[in-house]
Design a protein around this ligand. Structure first.
Ligand SMILES: Nc1nc2c(ncn2[C@@H]2O[C@H](COP(=O)(O)OP(=O)(O)OP(=O)(O)O)[C@@H](O)[C@H]2O)c(=O)[nH]1
Ligand SMILES: [Mg+2]
Length: 384
């Protein structure tokens, strides 16, 4: 019998967050052996962040995806020092990371005007190279856009991530009762009465196997890296992708999210994380919520009772578990706003105490986790 395989549509065209270019630094100009003249060096290629630019526009500007910088001028009898070739500057959206094909990071351009050298021009001809201008660097470079938001919403489809974003910000995400409503990341801003602003990224729902690029896949897991605080969202009554798939309880959903994050990058598990148990307005939710807390309290013991494919190696450290109703309980939404602010302020304090310019690493968090955690508990609801 012929097997019908349903393919999951790819939505890459809507949102380009990766672009591969072939870049050639300008070649150096020839020197002048007879008079000892020096050739000009070839132009460099840089990327430079510019708000309002999309990767798609970088792609559209040059159909061949090839960019070459200007060559250096040769040394001439009446102009012994050849002029350098002009640099080529490619405008990119802020938050782009450039890497080579083998994964070597060339740099990130996060703020307007921040330049990253992505292909260097060749040396001009001089006595050290026999007055021969050298070729510029030629290689493929990958530009990857990472969404930058303070908070990343992480959860399976239908958990209510977009509903929460809508409730805390002026963003108007699409909300519907079917999975994969959100197809691309959307950032909303939570505004506080004292004008403090916190950005929150609503990410498309993950599915089991997302790290292997199933569902909307890998591309969105990447955005999680660039957020400071993860809000894991599970529905108190669990999740079922379609009629054929198994129902997952809230605890199973949590562990599967844990596992997907871990399989993508174990570092993600050390990020500060809060678990939001949504849809607490549903009938029977209190009982389900208590069951979830019990399972979480059991921790490793609970995990070992699960089939291996669901078991994460390391459990994500949850700073807090909060039951909410994104749709029907404003008070609980306000509580989320208060808590995320508190946690982000603590993170900012920790950043301030670091040497200026240094970024806080995940390890810093771990070493300071106790302080961090007790400060959060002070006002606290339930903690694991
Ligand atoms: N009862 C109840 N339903 C909710 C709540 N929050 C969201 N929903 C419903 O759950 C469904 C999914 O909500 P969304 O906000 O679109 O879920 P999502 O997590 O963004 O889903 P994807 O974008 O597909 O990943 C919608 O029908 C919502 O109305 C809640 O607190 N209580
Ligand atoms: Mg959504």
């Amino acid at each position: 019998m012929k097997k019908v395989v349903k393919t999951i549509p790819r939505f890459r065209n809507y949102f380009i967050d990766t672009l591969r270019l072939y870049l050639k630094g300008g070649p150096g100009g020839a020197g002048h052996p007879k008079y000892g003249g020096l050739g000009g060096s070839g132009g460099n290629i840089y990327i430079e962040a510019k708000p309002g630019i999309t990767l798609k526009s970088v792609q559209r500007n040059q159909t061949s995806q090839r960019y070459t910088a200007d060559p250096g001028k040769p040394s001439q009898q009446f102009a012994l020092i050849g002029k350098g070739g002009a640099d080529l500057v490619l405008p990119v959206p802020p938050g782009v990371v450039a890497t080579t094909d083998v994964g070597t990071e060339l740099g990130e351009s996060n703020k307007e005007g921040e330049r990253v050298l992505v292909a260097h021009g060749g040396e001009g001809g001089s006595p050290t190279n026999g007055f021969l201008g050298q070729a510029g660097q030629q290689h493929h470079v990958k530009l990857v856009l990472k969404t930058i938001a303070d908070i990343g919403l992480v959860g399976f489809p239908n958990a209510g991530k977009s509903t929460l974003l809508k409730a805390v910000s002026r963003a108007k995400p699409k909300i519907a009762s079917y999975p994969f409503t959100t197809l691309r990341p959307k950032v909303g801003v939570i505004e506080y009465p004292d004008k403090r602003m916190i950005s929150m990224a609503d990410l498309p729902g993950l599915v089991e196997g997302a790290h292997e690029n199933k569902g909307l896949g890998h591309s969105f897991l990447r955005h999680i890296e660039r957020t400071k605080l993860l809000l894991l969202v599970v529905a108190v009554n669990g999740f079922k992708l379609n009629t054929k798939s198994v129902h997952r309880s809230a605890m199973e959903s949590l562990l599967l999210l844990n596992k997907e994050l871990e399989l993508y990058d174990p570092m993600l598990l050390s990020k500060p994380a809060i678990l939001l148990v949504n849809k607490m307005d549903l009938k029977g939710s209190s009982k389900l919520y208590d069951e979830l807390l019990e399972s979480v309290a059991k921790g490793q013991e609970y995990v070992s009772s699960l089939p291996e494919e669901m078991r994460p190696n390391k459990l994500i450290h949850l700073h807090e578990i909060v039951g909410i109703s994104a749709k029907a309980n404003e008070e609980s939404v306000q509580h989320v706003k208060d808590r995320v602010r508190l946690v982000l302020d603590l993170i900012a304090d920790m950043e301030d105490t670091q040497e200026s310019g240094a970024l806080v690493t995940y390890d810093d968090f771990n070493s300071d986790a106790r302080v961090f955690q007790s400060a959060v508990t002070e006002h606290g609801t339930k903690l694991t």
